[in-house]
Ligand binder design. Structure first.
Ligand code: SIN
Length: 284
């Protein structure tokens, strides 16, 4: 994919994934030409970061809507006044963080998220970085034998696996709180373990340590050793990038071909991010 740009600057964060984009003010309505370059960078780098953006929730939603329809995250109440945005907050006294395990978003839905958009409202003075990993690269690096074996497998994905990671509110007694928590145990979907990206046509490994419990037609005992191998394979350093947040940075990433992992190394500090989930399609 061509990587020259006329309207924006794109600086890769790491060879495999991630790029910082500058030269654009996301509070404004972007021309089709500018958005086309951002979208091309999104497909090339999987995760994009825009620093120093001053955005209302409405402006964040307007930019998100350029990527496609806005989806709804099933387990959180939206922020006041905007049904499309949820707040991901870890208070200074809390010790667990939301989504604190390598994953791609909402694989337990029939139509998992296309991508997610996170706007940093408050970041810790130290720590609180997020990592991403490139699942095209992870797939490409598998042996032909493993690719062949995975080609016909479907993963069973459950919202109940690691359900503590979905908690929006971290109570001392460990109880899960948030919206629709009674549905956590029933939200499940099966998807191909190797999916083909609908826009790039590339194959990627589509497993999520937070959600994938087994392969369809196989037992958990049979599936687990292969899944554990794939989870470790998928996050090798050469497939990843690590992003150091600053307040007012907006990130958008492609859940169809990338995993992410928010580090939980900032106890004693407050972090507040506002997330929009983009509606995806049925993985094939
Ligand atoms: C998420 O999984 O959406 C949260 C990412 C983060 O807090 O960095």
């Amino acid at each position: 994919m061509e990587n020259t740009y006329k309207h924006i600057s794109v600086e890769p964060l790491a060879p495999a994934i991630g790029a910082e984009v500058s030269g654009v003010d996301l509070s404004q309505i972007l021309s089709d030409e500018v958005f086309a370059e951002i979208h091309r960078a999104f497909l090339s780098h999987i995760a994009l970061f825009f620093r120093d953006q001053t955005l209302t929730s409405g402006q964040q939603v307007a930019f998100a809507a350029r990527f496609g329809p806005i989806g709804r995250y099933p387990f959180a109440e939206p922020v006041d006044g905007n049904p499309d945005v949820i707040a991901i907050i870890k208070e200074a006294h809390q010790t667990s963080n939301f989504g604190g395990i390598w994953h791609t978003d909402t694989t337990y839905l029939e139509k998992p998220s296309l991508g997610s958009m996170l706007y940093a409202r408050q970041v810790p003075a130290v720590g609180g970085d997020t990592m991403w990993s490139n699942m095209y690269a992870a797939y490409d690096a598998l042996s032909d034998g493993m690719k062949e074996m995975l080609s016909s497998l479907r993963g069973i994905n459950s919202a109940a696996k690691n359900k503590d990671a979905l908690r929006m509110d971290h109570l001392e007694d460990g109880a899960m709180t948030g919206k629709n928590v009674e549905e956590v145990d029933v939200k499940m979907a099966t998807h191909p373990v190797v999916r083909t990206h609908p826009e790039t046509g590339r194959k990627s490994l589509y497993i999520s340590q937070a959600h994938t419990i087994a392969f369809e037609g196989m037992t958990i005992a049979e599936s687990t050793p292969i899944l554990e191998y794939l989870y470790a394979h998928a996050i090798q350093e050469e497939f990843t990038c690590r992003f150091r947040w600053t307040a007012n940075t907006l990130a958008v990433w492609d859940n169809r071909c990338g995993l992410h992992y928010p580090l939980n190394d900032y106890h004693g500090h407050r972090r507040e991010m506002h997330r929009i989930t983009l509606q995806g399609d049925v993985p094939v």
